[in-house]
Design a protein around this ligand. Sequence first.
Ligand code: GDP
Length: 292
Amino acid sequence: MTIQWFPGHMTRAKRQIQEKLKLIDITIELLDARVPLSSRNPMVDEILAGKPRLIILNKSDLADPRITEQWITYFKYEGHEVIAVDSSTGTKVNEIPEKARELLREKIERQLSKGINPRAVRGLIVGIPNVGKSTLINRLAGRNIAITGDRPGVTKGQQWIKVGTEMELLDTPGILWPKFEDELVGYRLAMTGAIREQVLNVEDIAFFALRDLAERYLPALQERFELDITSIDPANSDDIVQLMEAIGRKRGCLLSGGVVNLEKTAGIILREMRAGKLGRITYEAPFPDHAE
Ligand code: GDP
């Protein structure tokens, strides 16, 4: 699904989230662990202002675990609680309710000291399309899927999903838009499959992907595509094009006259990358000295 975001849509999305904020105690900001910055809404601090926030690095099963640790340090330094999870299998998802309560500890203790029994913590999941919001909601819900309001006989409006005994979630997540004004953000989202390829040129997406891979994961590239290229300057476009051509030749993507079919090559690179054939890869690192 590709959503076209126009200013009117953004204003509406923002307003919808802000209305939901009135109902909840905590926001759960979902990011893609492979591209935590590109999958982050540029206005998220403004939109979620004032609410305690838990950051979830989702799809961490696909990301480089070493860089995920760096991102955890980075977001903690920013003052957030962070958990890296895999919503598709549920790894670490069960830590979310406990972390949410930790974030609200002071409020809960205040209530307890007044003799009030605190109710379940109410949360809202927010994130850009395809980051895994529905998958996480379903995972957290287990069998407690809420009855949605758009069926006959069921009141329209918000539904709460119980997550164990101590947390409740709004059944519809807050949908945010990505930072489209930065061209690289669009390409990084396309690399991970969050934006459909048709929107951008497949060769361009593969070009940016190869540039990131050459910078951080050259050994994985060499191994996967059996390349004898040993030194590449990721800042040099010619080097990246040569790399793509070398991959195309290895995979027999040739047109008549021995010219490499770059479109087909690009498709292969993206498909294998997304399928994890090059290993667990993160395209954005918080610290520049992460390379081996
Ligand atoms: P939403 O648009 O934010 O609600 O995203 P979805 O929940 O529909 O997820 C988008 C795609 O990502 C789906 O194909 C999911 O199966 C996949 N997905 C979601 N979470 C994970 C995860 O933690 N790991 C992996 N490998 N895939 C995930």
